[in-house]
Ligand binder design. Sequence first.
Ligand SMILES: Cc1cc2nc3c(=O)[nH]c(=O)nc-3n(C[C@H](O)[C@H](O)[C@H](O)COP(=O)(O)OP(=O)(O)OC[C@H]3O[C@@H](n4cnc5c(N)ncnc54)[C@H](O)[C@@H]3O)c2cc1C
Length: 403
Amino acid sequence: MSEFSLQLNEDQLQIQKWIHDFAEGTIRPAAHEWDEREEFPWPVVEEAAEIGLYSTDFLLNAMGDPTGITLPMAVEEIFWGDAGIGMAIMGSALAAAGIAGNGTPEQMMEWVPQCYGTAGDVKLGAFCVSEPDAGSDVSSLRTRAVYDEAKDQWTLNGTKAWITNGGIADVHVVVATVDPELGSKGQASFIVPPNTPGLSQGQKYLKHGIRASHTSEVVLDDVVVPGSCLLGGKEKLEAKLAKARNKERSGKQPAMATFEATRPAVGAQALGVARAAYEYSLEYAKERHAFGKPIIMNQAIAFKLANMITEIDASRLLIWRAAWLAKNGQFVNGEGSMSKWKASEVAVRVTEEAIQILGGYGYTREYPVERWHRDAKIHTIFEGTSEIQQLVISRAISGLRIE
Ligand SMILES: Cc1cc2nc3c(=O)[nH]c(=O)nc-3n(C[C@H](O)[C@H](O)[C@H](O)COP(=O)(O)OP(=O)(O)OC[C@H]3O[C@@H](n4cnc5c(N)ncnc54)[C@H](O)[C@@H]3O)c2cc1C
C-alpha cells in the first residue's frame, strides 16, 4: 500500500515533463488543423507511438503505478495539449481497460498489445458498449451473443452507437447479452479480432467537440468469434450466470467494472482542458487593455480567474484521491464518480468563462478557447453522464436504490 501524497515522485515528475513537452511541441500546434478537418490525426498518433507515449508499455506502466496518480497526471498533460487528439491517443486505453477488467492475464497479454501495435505500425482498440437505445441504461443492451457448443464459437449480432475508434479499430471489445432475462448480469465481453467478417463501421458522427477523435456506429452482422475470445472464459461466465439465476449477489457487470476504474482518468481529461483555458485566459487578461488598464485589474475579471483556478485545483484533488483510492483502498461514497462529475462540470464552466474573458476574440475560431469549450462538454456526457455520476454517489451514501 502506498501513502497518499500530493508530492509527485521523481519518476512522475520526469513523465510529466516528457508529456508536457510533447503536448506543447506537437499536440497543441496540430490541434486547430485536426479540429477543422474532423479526421483521425494519424500523423500525431504515430509521433506519440514513436516516442513511446502511445504504447502498451506506457499504458501498463502508468496503470501499474502503486500511487495510482501517474495515469491521471499523464492524461491531464495530454489533454492540456488538445482533447480531440488526446482522445485519439487515449481511445485504445478504454479497450485495454475493458480487457484488463474482464479478461484473464493470458487474454491481456495477447490482446492489449494488438490494441496499440508498434511504433512503425500503429493499431487501435475500441470499447463497444453503448447502443442507440442503451447509453446510460447499460442493462438494456440488445446486442446478442449466442454460443455454439459443438463449434466452440460465439455469434454476435447488434448495433453499437457512438463508439470511439469504432470501425477503424483493429481490436473491438464488445459487450453483449448472453441471457437477456438476466439484464446486466446476463452480459459478457468479447474480443472481435482484426478483420473479422461481419463487423463494419456504420455512420461516422459529426460532433460538437473532440472532432479529431473518430466516433462511429459499429454494426455486428453474424460476427463469429472463437470461444477463446470470451473475456474471462466460459467457466467464469457460467458461474456468474448460475449465481444470477439463483438471485445471489454476483460481481459487477463487465461494462460497469471498466467504467469505475477509468473515471478518475476521464476527470483528468476534463481537467487538462480546463487548465489550458485558465492559463490562456490569465495571460490574456494581463495583456488585454480596456479603459486604459489591463482587464485583469477589474475584480470582475480577476475574481473569475480566482474562481477558475480554485475549482481546477479542487478537481485535481478529487481526481488524485480517487485514483489513489482505486489502487490503495476502495471507494466508499462514489469517489470515482465525484471526481469525474466535478472535473467535467468545472471544465465546462471554466472554458465558458475563458471565452468571456477573451470577449469577441474568444468567440472566434482564431483563438483556441471556443474549441476548448466545445471539447469540455463531452466530459459531462460520456463514461457516465453527470446525472449518472450523481446517481452513483447518491446510492453509495444512502445504501438505497435511488432512481
Ligand atoms: C463522443 C462520444 C464518444 C463516446 N465513446 C464511447 C465509447 O467509446 N464506447 C461506448 O460504449 N460508448 C461511448 N459513448 C457513448 C456514451 O457513453 C453515451 O452517450 C452516454 O453514456 C449517455 O448515454 P445516452 O447518449 O444514451 O444518453 P441517455 O442515457 O439517453 O441519457 C439522456 C439524458 O437522460 C439522463 N438520464 C438517463 N437516465 C437517467 C437517470 N436514471 N437518472 C437521471 N438522469 C438520467 C442522462 O443523464 C442524460 O442527460 C460515446 C459518446 C460520445 C458522444
